[in-house]
Design a protein around this ligand. Structure first.
Ligand code: ACO
Length: 366
């Protein structure tokens, strides 16, 4: 009898390295602490897509390439206009991404398409948000960088530099994270030689869930439900007794604290109102203690979404934009993974384990 061929998963990647046991995260070999200290988001886009640290000329190139591609094609405008105003921005984003005619609907995706995805995302999300709040559209400002322009288009006022800096760091830290659930979805779709628009729609669908990119708004709902510092212990105990999850804690990869959580703790403090930050700190302290007491053999740690949510609130973004903002940051990684997948493409077929009955006779069944 012939042996079955090896099932194909998605495993090899040269983009982001994660050592979950030691808490080390690298983009193209550079530690995340160095990346966030030295590079802005547009440079990270270039780093993730091309694999090397951009010099001055390449930095200017990627900045102007992204600026030049911010406008939306007419087909997307028409889809946007047809959406009900109450459409949540994350759903609107998923719908309109699949209508982006020149974020190609043909295989294979190209570098140009990856850049278009990154460049147009903020315009789309800002437009969807303003539509949902009956506000008029704010056109992109070519004087502003990628992240500052996003805040400008959402808020309609010039963003203060400390908010731009905080959000820029958030974008850098969320730029990629290996083959997460959403990136896996993207790569599976591309493995069938489908197109980038379809792959990104699938990735957005996976990202939306509260165990993944849907966690940040849940973090704030949780902090609001707690209300005040003196209620933290009772609220956490009650939630865990009822087998509830504490959003912003736990990660399938890390066995120590995620280095992005460490960085975001201090970045969030710079923009969050002091009482919000104090409540978050106390919540974190009690959550870690109680989670460890309950599962001493499998300690859980603060993940990227806990202080990520506090930071997003601190820069003035409304909750319906938390998950879309995570998605915008991740478009850099999705572009890089799309190019990597097609460069080594094989149809993904993960190994499966059949747990049903052994073959049985049709006629014996009554
Ligand atoms: N709060 C309470 N209990 C938890 C938590 C948590 N945050 N995380 C895991 N557990 C418990 C589970 O209830 C489960 O207990 P059980 O075995 O008694 O049923 C056990 O730990 C194992 O849980 P799994 O979901 O199997 O563990 P995994 O490591 O695969 O989960 C996950 C990772 C989904 C992120 C989980 O920790 C979680 O739900 N966290 C909260 C949601 C969240 O913050 N998501 C964002 C993740 S980061 C990202 O996507 C960017």
């Amino acid at each position: 009898m012939n042996a079955s061929p090896e099932p194909v998963g998605v495993g090899d990647t040269a983009i982001t390295g994660i050592d979950g046991g030691r808490g080390v995260l690298t983009y193209r070999g550079f530690r995340i602490e160095d990346v966030v200290a030295h590079l802005g988001y547009e440079q990270v886009v270039r780093l993730l897509l091309s694999g090397h640290r951009p010099d001055e000329t390449e930095t200017q190139e990627v900045q102007s390439e992204l600026r030049a591609r911010r406008d939306l094609p007419p087909t997307v405008e028409r889809v946007l206009e047809s959406l009900p105003e109450e459409t949540p921005p994350i759903d609107g984003l998923r719908t309109t991404v699949s209508a982006m005619d020149d974020v190609a609907r043909v295989y294979p995706p190209t570098l140009r398409e990856a850049l278009e995805l990154v460049a147009r995302g903020p315009t789309l999300v800002a437009r969807l948000f303003r539509q949902s709040t009956h506000a008029s559209f704010v056109a992109p400002d070519q004087e502003l960088g990628h992240v500052a322009n996003y805040l400008w288009m959402v808020q309609g006022t010039r963003p203060p530099p400390e908010r731009v800096r905080a959000l820029e760091r958030y974008f850098v830290l969320l730029g990629d994270h290996g083959i997460s659930a959403s990136t896996f979805a993207l790569r599976i779709v591309l493995s069938t030689r489908s197109d980038l628009a379809s792959a990104v729609s699938a990735a957005l669908g996976a990202l939306k869930g509260p165990l993944h990119g849907g966690a940040p708004p849940e973090v704030l709902e949780m902090l609001d439900a707690v209300g005040s510092i003196d209620q933290v212990e009772a609220w956490i105990d009650r939630t865990l007794d009822q087998r509830g999850r504490l959003y912003g804690f736990g990660h399938p990869t890390y066995r120590v604290e995620d280095p992005r959580a460490t960085l975001l703790r201090s970045f969030a403090q710079e923009v969050a109102p002091p009482d919000r930050y104090a409540l978050a700190r106390r919540f974190e302290e009690v959550a870690l203690e109680r989670l460890t007491q309950r599962r001493p053999d499998q300690p859980l740690f603060t993940n990227v979404d806990f202080y990520g949510a506090v930071l997003l609130e601190g820069v003035g973004l409304p909750r319906p934009l938390f998950t879309p903002t995570f998605a915008l940051a991740r478009t850099a990684g999705w572009g890089a993974h799309a190019l990597e997948q097609v460069a080594q493409n094989r149809l993904v077929r993960p190994p499966e384990r059949y747990t049903g009955p052994s073959p049985r006779s049709w006629s014996d069944e009554t």
